[in-house]
Each structure stands twice: as structure tokens, then as C-alpha cells.
Design a protein around this ligand. Sequence first.
Ligand SMILES: [Zn+2]
Ligand SMILES: [Zn+2]
Length: 105
Amino acid sequence: MPNPLERGCRFSMAYEDKTLVCKECGAEFIFSAGEQEFYAEKGFTNEPARCRECRQAKKQRGREMTEVVCAACGNTTQVPFKPTQDRPVYCKACYDAQQSAAAAY
Ligand SMILES: [Zn+2]
Ligand SMILES: [Zn+2]
């Protein structure tokens, strides 16, 4: 039978503000006790990698760009989606060339 007192134990576990370094801009930021508790409640095991500013900037940018190698010309390019293994990814120029080639038929 669970001891009702045990519920309180989690909260007596003291979180302390932590200083982390943003992997995006290299700035130090505080991972506060409250945030740590929030993360723990959500079951997140990873600490935030980015500072608040970078996280917000990322949100505002919306979709994250992924760097890929064009299947046609081999140039690196950025696409606003996560490419899957079974589909070739093209840079803008090659994609446009393919589209116009397809349209020519
Ligand atoms: Zn940052
Ligand atoms: Zn290309």
C-alpha cells in the first residue's frame, strides 16, 4: 500500500537553478528550479540545449532547416523538412530544372 506521505517527497527534492550553455549562441542561461521541476514532471530527461532567446527565435522561424546534399549536383542545400531515406532531395536549382523538365512532357 503506498504511503501517502511519499507523494510529498518528490517536492522536498530540492531543485537548484543551474547554469547551462546555449549550444546555439554559446550564452549562459539559467535552467531554473521551476523549469527543472516542470521538465521532470513531463518526463523529459534532457536539459534544454538552447537559451530562452534562441528557443523563441526558433519558434518564430517556424520550421527548422535541414542541411542535405542534392541528389543531382551534390551541392549542400537547406530544406525546410526532414528528408526521408528513400526519396532523393534536390537543391532549388535542380528541383526547378526537374519541374520544368516534367512540365515539358
Ligand atoms: Zn542562445
Ligand atoms: Zn542540385
